[in-house]
Design a protein around this ligand. Sequence first.
Ligand code: SF4
Length: 286
Amino acid sequence: MAECKVCFRHCNIKEGGLGFCGARTARNGQVEAFNYGRVTGLALDPIEKKPLARFFPGSMILSAGSFGCNLRCPFCQNYDISWSEEAKRYAEKAETVSPEALVSLAEQTRSRGNIGIAFTYNEPLVGYEFVLDTAKLAKDRGLKTVMVTNGTAELWVLEELLPYIDAMNVDLKGFSESYYSDVLGGDLDMVKAFISRAVQLSHVELTTLIVPGENDTEEEMRQLSSWIAGLRNEKGECVGSTVPLHVSRFFPTFMMQDRAATDVALVYKLAEIARERLRFVYTGNC
Ligand code: SF4
């Protein structure tokens, strides 16, 4: 058995077994990334699709994903690679790509507007070793690095990555502990700590998916946007009002088919409320 200390779950993993996220295993008594370099998705995407609105707008980014996730969002749009039965099949057939090969591909696509590599689609933190090795190499070659994440990892993982990650989009999926723990299988305090530190050293944008009946009240958006507005840089200066927030519309999918898509007018209303505190608020999927 070996204990994984990447996220709040602190899984005890049996030799050759898998942690809760399906991405980490134990070999010779040590935890390692089972999904290291195993790519399930690769595409040259507009950077706005990550979403990042204020980081090299108009550019493209080579986006790579693996498999596994440490949350259990019932509405996951990437359930086929995150936490479904299909994700287990992906784990069997995923191609292995080395950091060198991925960086080389990113360089080859510069002529098509590519500025770097985004670690996305599944949760990159559960395979942070591959992100770290690849991002180091990418930075050496003058490429930009982006991580799209749920922010559910201990701060030591973030500290290892921060020197090599230029920008992140982090989900702040709601602002109640019970929504995080009971619906998403997550930990709001861990995400808040992650975001608070990440904004000090990286360009950070946040995404909140508005799910009807779960996190869609004006009061919750006021609390969430006020907390963002209070974020501080390393000098202790308040910089939160310039952190971009993407307020996004839910569509019924995967295991959450019991409700309609979020009313577009409500998404716009909640974005207006966020704008009382934040300068850059965007709506998505509307
Ligand atoms: S990263 Fe995965 S294996 Fe590690 S503690 Fe979290 S869920 Fe468990």
